[in-house]
Ligand binder design. Sequence first.
Ligand code: SF4
Length: 302
Amino acid sequence: MSSRTAEIRVPPECRKMIRAGALVVLNHSGGKDSQSMTILLSRIVPRAQLVAVHAPLGEVEWEGTVPHVEATLPAGVPLVMAPVSSGKSLLDHVEERGKFPGIRQRWCTATHKRGPIERELRRYLNANPRFGGRLINCLGIRRDESAARAKRVPWRRNERLSVAGREVFDWLPIFDLSTGDVFRVIRDAGQSPHWIYRHLSRCSCSFCIFSSPEDLRRAAELRPELYRQYVEIERRIGHTLSPSGTPLPELTGISPSGSAGGEDAMALGSPRSWSAAARRPLARRNSLKSPCPESGAAQGSG
Ligand code: SF4
């Protein structure tokens, strides 16, 4: 798909809701997918019906993410921040639970993104009765990202939020776009993607459970202090960030002090002595794709 044809297919029911004045929510993580979705939707939805929402992840988010979201929003589109109401960080929750999020127990997205975003959407609709409780919740999810995402339905009623006089639909406007398409959309709009794409393949938490070993290595180089915290937490709780069960120093080849390799990883405690149950083949780990959408009610990465 070329940049000229990177257009959004609007389902008839969605078109009808936009014409009827529904609120259109741009879930924006700061990643390329939500940025390109924002550009494309701002061309077809009246500005007065648009609002962006971002779930800030604080210390684990890449520097400059919120300013990037702000700088790339169309003029006049408000940005609603959706922090965790307890004020606790993702790492606080890891320590409390004694484990990192996992493939099947991806509480990081539910607790730090979906929950706070849904809370803010309910508040926003209540404070703006002109939308009549109608909301189109847009997520930058693409079918190319993974086999699981390819099965997603691009337009679907959100049953959980469609209560108490609200009518809410989830829409995946860029579902059919390729990675090349989204970067072209950004470039053709005269914008730049988040700076982290110069170093990593995804814009997610700096250390994400779905990051490739190469992205984790680059993140460790870019954020040595945060990396040290993750390694110390892994050691303290006896559970690894990587669902493979492989400790970070072994995955990245970087010790928290910055010197290379396995000897330092050994000094932190032999990986062999860690929970055997948590260890699964690295090959499986490498095949994982992020199911954390870079936008939205599960805003995420991409
Ligand atoms: S980016 Fe990764 S670690 Fe962060 S919330 Fe999403 S899935 Fe969890």
